[in-house]
Ligand binder design. Structure first.
Ligand code: FE2
Length: 199
């Protein structure tokens, strides 16, 4: 059965002025939608057709004969995870068990912020920055192109898309301004806390 493109979890104007309606229309309705379409086309009639995106990603990671399917499956999954990593009125600081774990593993919340800014700024070209649980330790990581932490047996807690299509209409080449807006105004700590609690 074909995988369906999930709707955005908020309206197209909900993230303004930090991410515009125009960016969300292109990013969700064109970029994300195309990954989903290409994924469905690629797995139709194969034994991957009945599997979830996560199962497909884990099953074919590193298989050089299935790079195209992997890229579209991972990009379909990454984007849904990204939409949920954002919310109107987000940013600020986490609370509860996740806040305690960030302080324990990074030294302080500010040190987490610095690590995340460094990873997302220095990802060369297209990719993603992540907060993950690796074993019992929180880490900030970055991945290139479509790659994601599921292939490293890490549990993703939140992500930031640093492909140019995520920010170019609103920030042009100023990726650090987009990263700052995410951390201060958009980051959905409730989503990260849910993922942490379920890990
Ligand atoms: Fe994207």
């Amino acid at each position: 059965m074909a995988y369906q493109l999930p709707a955005l979890p908020y309206s197209y104007t909900a993230l303004e002025p930090f991410i515009s309606k125009s960016t969300l229309e292109f990013h969700h309705d064109k970029h994300h939608a195309t990954y989903v379409t290409k994924f469905n086309e690629a797995v139709q009639g194969t034994d991957l057709d009945s599997k979830s995106l996560e199962e497909v990603i884990k099953a074919i990671a590193g298989d050089s004969s299935k790079t195209g399917i992997f890229n579209n499956a991972a990009q379909a999954w990454n984007h849904t995870f990204y939409w949920n990593s954002l919310k109107p009125g987000g940013g600020g600081t986490p609370s509860g068990a996740l806040a305690d774990k960030i302080a324990a593993d990074f030294g302080s919340f500010d040190q987490f912020l610095e690590a995340f800014k460094t990873a997302s700024t220095t990802q060369f070209g297209s990719g993603w920055a992540w907060l993950v649980l690796d074993g019992n330790t929180l880490k900030v990581t970055k991945t290139s192109n479509a790659d994601n932490p599921l292939t490293s047996n890490q549990v993703p807690l939140l992500t930031l898309d640093v492909w140019e299509h995520a920010y170019y209409l609103d920030y042009q080449n100023k990726r650090p301004d987009y990263i700052d807006a995410f951390l201060k105004n958009l980051l959905n700590w409730d989503f990260a806390a849910q993922n942490f609690a379920a890990a």
